[in-house]
Design a protein around this ligand. Structure first.
Ligand code: HEC
Length: 154
């Protein structure tokens, strides 16, 4: 019976590592438990134009008014992707654009200090707008099956 419910001490680091990997359980910045209320695609599209997002962004499959900055900055959103754009990623792109800058835009659409040219909306955008924007953008991404690693039928 001795030690019947205890894990062998050698296993402890592996258990802790698995716990960290699976749930981010000890990271205060973990997004675990994060869940947005459902947004409205139509309202998100309206917010996109009202907040002037279309000045710098085109959206796949949607004909938005042409932005005045379209010749200077055009960052396409939506279209075919191989991995789902989670709302965690989209919310982060909107409220914390500096967090991850797509390598394709580094240098091109960043200032000399390496910061994104995307403006800060956090003082003016409502949470409702954010939620609807994310619903709108998610509706414009289309998941495409990954390329097979080798030609099929061989
Ligand atoms: C003045 C130009 C400008 C405006 C206005 C602007 N953005 Fe951006 N946006 C950028 C640039 C430049 C990037 C690429 C660099 C980066 O990741 O921040 C970007 C990146 C993004 C991305 C990530 C794209 C990717 O593939 O990584 C999203 C999502 C996004 N913007 C949404 C929005 C939304 C929603 C609005 C309106 C509330 C908006 N943007 C307004 C310039 C702009």
């Amino acid at each position: 019976m001795k030690n019947s419910v205890m894990l062998p001490a050698q296993l402890l680091p592996a258990v802790v590592a698995a716990c960290l990997l699976l749930s981010g359980c000890s990271d205060p910045k973990s997004a675990s438990g994060f869940r947005l209320p459902d947004g409205e695609v139509g309202a998100g599209r309206e917010a996109f134009v009202r907040l002037n997002c279309h000045q710098c962004h085109s959206v796949a499959g949607d004909s938005l008014p042409k932005g005045q900055l379209a010749d200077v900055i055009t960052v396409p959103l939506g279209g075919e992707v191989v991995r789902v754009r989670t709302y965690g990623q989209l919310v982060t792109s909107v409220i914390n654009p500096q967090h991850i800058i797509n390598p394709a835009y580094r240098g091109k659409y960043t200032d000399p200090a390496g910061r994104s040219l995307m403006p800060d909306y956090n003082q003016t955008m409502t949470v409702r707008e954010l939620v609807d924007l994310v619903a709108y953008l998610q509706s414009r991404y289309k998941l495409k099956p990954p390329e097979p690693a080798y030609p099929l039928g061989m």
